[in-house]
Design a protein around this ligand. Structure first.
Ligand SMILES: O=C(O)c1ccc(O)c(O)c1
Ligand SMILES: [Mg+2]
Length: 661
């Protein structure tokens, strides 16, 4: 049996009914009613209680009750009167548990005995109505800020209707752990709130109120926290309490689904390898073993298909096959398969019509597609059944949060000969590419955490901490996901600015999508044809390289000649890479060579790349230079519709932003 799952209304956006409906729809069994959500709602607590019951949601807790314990008179008496009124509210809502968070008032007395006496009195009054009181240490509480202090008070008060509430954020943000929790009788563990967060150095109150994340999105050891709580005998609901500015501004159903996905994953992780005694083992199918990308698929129309094939040709790609029945071709270079799809009335054409040329699907090599699909479904990612023609094979698929199709291909299987007329292999013009090294996605603001969770949960990828990359027109935040074997690497970029290369891509594309694809080249300096449209890198960059790494003149000259960028890691590994110009101001390609176990992405070079792209973009926009890819972009709104000169932009004047080739 999975643990019962609950969520606090404060995690979600919208009105109280919106929040309740979204929580129920996602599949939660319980809801914490956050006081502010009730105070600002214009229905009675009875109505709210009925709404919850109709939606099948148990009201797990009413919270918070603030600044209660250890106050001098006359506040002490007033607080007890206030408690009685909240008991009325609880009874109307249909919950028996209230959360008292530790007092933050400067006037709180430093007397645990007084705190215990007050909480005992409150619990006595609660018990008279069949209600219970749980005490939680806020990390910034005036006298009580650690769970052990809260427990000492609860222990001292010694009332059956008074217990302890644990909140992972308050403990983990302080670097505290749960050593000693075994000594707390399990019936005294009244409730458990879970929250993750990125590691930030800031005051803990602001950190808590704005930057909490769902478990699995941040960097706190929430899994081992939960494991310890279960070991101590807690068997109540696990409840999310996330204060996050982005979540409160996002569509409520998306966030509610992310929330439940995070708890399903956490529940599974905790019960996976070594479930605490008496807790049943995990039930999710294990994550797939990934063996890289079988292909990426681009949505194109006929003209852009030819143009894209042209650009790919400069990197040594050649047409390796045509689909038997559809307007689809396979471009191949060594171990890289790219599918160009211009079939009308398909998922690809739908994407193309909305956004212009774009990656519409990726195929991952997995050890067991059926198991990978079952895991995805358990984690709230339903199967996607793409329309297929008669006699064509069906490849299991799901959709990423941005709608990109993710095909699940059995490692080592041949998916090509059945549906494609394959050309006889030709002598390659350039040394073969080893494969797809990484695929970078640009996300709209507010989408990073949801994407991280999706990839971590469904495919078991690991997430690195966030990097901040300076674009000339704003900051790009980047977080990389990768499989343990590093066969799949997915950096995710997000930018608040619409002017950064990430921001311009996202606004042109009206959402998220693949922004660049990096190919693994055994020798980057030989991986592009002389006519490949490679991004110019300024001389200053090479001067700095010489200074930073002490490279010899010949090596520097070779790097500069090839428009190559360079990085080294502390272990002596190095990275040589180069970028193409963007295709139709959308996505671009990178060639990368990893030497000596280098495991990063050349982040120190990102600023140089983004500045070069911005410079190139301006050149084209001002009519200087020739874009390798003909495109008309609307100067003011930069939307995808403007890809065709013949179709004027509905939102503003169409300007020919780049020269026609
Ligand atoms: O930020 C707060 O005030 C607050 C209130 C109630 C909680 O349970 C909590 O963890 C934090
Ligand atoms: Mg809490």
């Amino acid at each position: 049996m999975p643990l019962p799952k609950s969520i606090a209304t404060v995690c979600l956006s919208g009105t109280l009914p919106d929040k309740l409906e979204a929580a129920a729809l996602a599949g939660f069994q319980g809801i914490e009613i956050f006081e502010n959500d009730l105070l600002t709602y214009d229905g009675s607590p009875e109505e709210v209680g009925r709404m919850c019951a109709d939606l099948g949601l148990a009201v797990t807790i009413y919270q918070p009750f603030r600044d209660f314990e250890a106050m001098p008179e006359p506040q002490r008496r007033r607080n007890l009167d206030r408690a009685e009124r909240k008991f009325d509210t609880m009874q109307a809502l249909g919950t028996d548990l209230i959360l008292v968070c530790s007092n933050t008032q400067p006037a709180t007395l430093p007397e645990p005995e007084r705190a215990a006496a007050d909480l005992r009195e409150m619990a006595e009054r609660a018990a008279a109505r069949g209600l219970r009181v749980g005490f939680e240490a806020l990390a910034w509480g005036k006298q009580t800020s650690l769970w052990r202090q809260a427990w000492d008070i609860v222990h001292l008060a010694d009332h059956p209707a008074l217990g302890l509430i644990l909140d992972s954020f308050h403990s983990l943000s302080r670097g505290d752990d749960l050593a000693g929790l075994d000594a707390v009788p399990s019936e005294k563990l009244f409730f458990l709130q879970l929250a993750d967060a990125p590691k930030l150095s800031m005051d803990v109150l602001s950190w808590s109120r704005h930057f909490r994340l769902f478990p699995g999105q941040g960097e706190l050891p929430v899994g081992s926290f939960l494991r310890d709580v279960l070991r101590a005998g807690y068997r109540g609901p696990i409840s999310l309490e996330i204060f996050n500015d982005e979540f409160r501004a996002a569509p409520v159903r998306r966030i509610a689904r992310d929330a439940l996905r995070s708890l399903i994953l956490l529940d599974d992780e905790v019960r996976g390898a070594a479930p605490p005694a008496g807790v049943p083992a995990a039930a999710l199918p294990p994550a797939a073993e990934l063996a890289g990308f079988e292909f990426l698929e681009f949505a194109v129309d006929d003209p852009s298909r030819g143009q894209l094939a042209g650009l790919l040709g400069t990197l040594g790609f050649a047409r390796a096959g045509l689909h038997r029945s559809k307007s689809v071709e396979l471009q191949r270079q060594g171990g890289v398969n790219l599918v160009l799809n211009s079939e009308p009335d398909s998922a690809a054409s739908e994407r193309f019509e909305m956004f212009g040329p774009a990656v519409c699907a990726m195929a991952l090599r997995v050890d067991d597609p059926a198991r990978a699909l079952a895991r995805a479904q358990s984690l709230l990612s339903p199967a996607w059944q793409e329309r297929i023609g008669e006699g064509e094979q069906r490849i299991p698929a799901i959709r990423a949060p941005d709608g990109t199709l993710i095909y699940l291909v059995r490692t080592g299987s041949d998916i090509w000969s059945a549906d494609f007329n394959l050309a006889a292999p030709q002598a390659a013009a350039l040394p073969p590419l080893a494969g797809i090294d990484h695929v970078v996605q640009a996300l709209a603001p507010g989408h990073l955490d949801g994407f991280v969770l999706f990839w971590r949960a469904v495919f078991g990828l690991q997430a690195d901490p966030v990097w901040e990359l300076p674009d000339p027109f704003g900051i790009v935040r980047s977080r990389t996901l990768s499989s343990a074997s590093r066969s799949v690497r997915l950096p995710l970029n997000v930018s608040e600015s619409r002017q950064t290369t990430t921001g311009r891509f996202v606004s042109a594309y009206a959402g998220a999508g693949v922004h660049h694809v990096a190919f693994a080249a055994p020798d980057v300096s030989a991986a592009a044809a002389p006519d490949a449209p490679m991004l110019d890198i300024p001389e200053n960059y090479y001067d700095d390289l010489a200074a930073r790494f002490g490279l010899g003149d010949a090596q520097l000259a070779a790097l500069q000649r090839g428009h190559l960028l360079y990085d080294q890691d502390a272990q002596g590994g190095s990275f040589v890479h180069a970028y193409t110009h963007a295709f139709q101001d959308r996505f671009f390609f990178e060639l990368v060579e990893r030497r000596g176990g280098y495991d990063q992405y050349g982040a120190p070079n990102a600023a140089v790349r983004m500045a070069a792209q911005a410079r190139q973009q301006r050149k084209w926009a001002s009519g200087k230079g020739t874009s390798p890819n003909p495109i008309n972009v609307c100067g003011s709104c930069a939307r995808g519709r403007e890809r065709r000169a013949s179709r004027p932009c509905s939102r503003s004047r169409l300007t020919s932003a780049t020269m026609q080739a």
